[in-house]
Every structure is written in C-alpha cells, then in structure tokens.
Design a protein around this ligand. Sequence first.
Ligand code: DC
Length: 218
Amino acid sequence: MSVVPVITIDGPTASGKGTITSQVAQALGWHVLDSGALYRLTALSALQKELSLDDEAAIAHAAENLDVSFSAEGAMLESQFVGDAIRAEEVGNAASKIAAYPQVREALLQRQRNFRTLPGLVADGRDMGTVVFTDAPLKIFLVADVRIRAERRYKQLKKKGISASLTSLLEDLQARDLRDTTRASAPLVAAADAVTIDSSHLSIEDTVAKVLSLWQRS
Ligand code: DC
C-alpha cells in the first residue's frame, strides 16, 4: 500500500467533481488528477490523427504514446494548449466512446497512478476508487440530479460565450450517463467503501466542507 494519501472523487459528468476536486486539493495543498482530461486528450489526439473511433487498438496506441503535460495554464497536447479544445462537447462524446475500450483504459492506468506523489492527491474520475486507487483511504461518489447538472453545464458554457441548447445538453448527459454506467469495462459505479454525496441542493462550499470533514474524520 502506498503511503501517499489519496482522496478519490468519482461521479457522473457535470456533477461538479472538477470544481470540488480542485478546491479540496487547494485546501489540503495536494496535487490534482483530472483523469477525464486524459480520456479527452486521447479522444482529441485520435480526432486530430483522423483515427477511426471504432479502432480500439489504434486508439490504445495513441493513448500509450500521448505527449501531454499539465501546467497552470491547462493541458497541453504535443506542445499545444488544448484546455478549451478538450472541453468541446464533440470531444467529450468521443472521450465517452473511447473510454469504453479496455485497451485504452489499460494504456492510461499507470499514467494516472504516477500522479500519486507527496503530500497527497485528489483524483477526479469515474473509476478512481474502484480501479485506479482501490486502497484510497477516502472515496467520494458525487452525484446530482441530471436536470440540475444540465443546467449547471448550460450556465458554464453561456458564461464562456459558447452557445448551447439546454435540451440537447440534457440529452447528451443522459446518453453519456447511460454509456458510462453500462459499459463492460470499469463502469461508473460507487466503490463499496465510497461515501455518496448528492450535491443537487448543496453549494460548492458546502460540498467541499463535507469532503474535508470526512477526510479529517477518516
Ligand atoms: O469527467 P469528464 O467529462 O471530463 O470525462 C470525459 C469522459 O471520460 C467521460 O465520458 C467518461 C470518461 N472517463 C472515464 O471513463 N474514466 C475516468 N476515470 C474519467 C473519465
């Protein structure tokens, strides 16, 4: 078992995991793993290379050889800033598709574990507690009603000046939830020892405080 502490925060798309993860990490002075970004970067790389999204082996190869780095300014792919590009709905949908491939998940496994360095890590994803960091001393499963998640995503995009339709965002989230929860390889599911937090009616501050108090008590 690693001596480096890790808090895993798993849950569906747009449940607020990213925000909660970075604020918990900031409060503790720990590192962050945004594992979804790795799947999004793999998807973007596959789209840029015009690989077929049906070609599991080719995409796993791209995942294995992904030239990525993370800086304060965001994610970089082959020395290009792609922080905004990987957030596009098209890339998110492609990421959800390729994340179903066991070979792609295997290719990204060690890369994710390498983020576990002192003084600690807060890891955001779908399978952080069930597959990647099974020995984590605190596992959170963060959920929120799908309509509330669609509204949050809508507001986020609007704020960035990106036009979106609430109905299509809701449909996209429902489709992505279904794919993430029903895939054979590492489906989105709470670890048996995870604490579920429903953030539908909680503020960001309340949710962060809840995670920190669980950590202090663990
Ligand atoms: O959290 P996100 O929306 O950035 O994730 C993008 C996609 O990657 C999502 O559809 C599910 C997938 N994913 C995954 O399968 N496992 C993870 N640990 C993180 C993300």
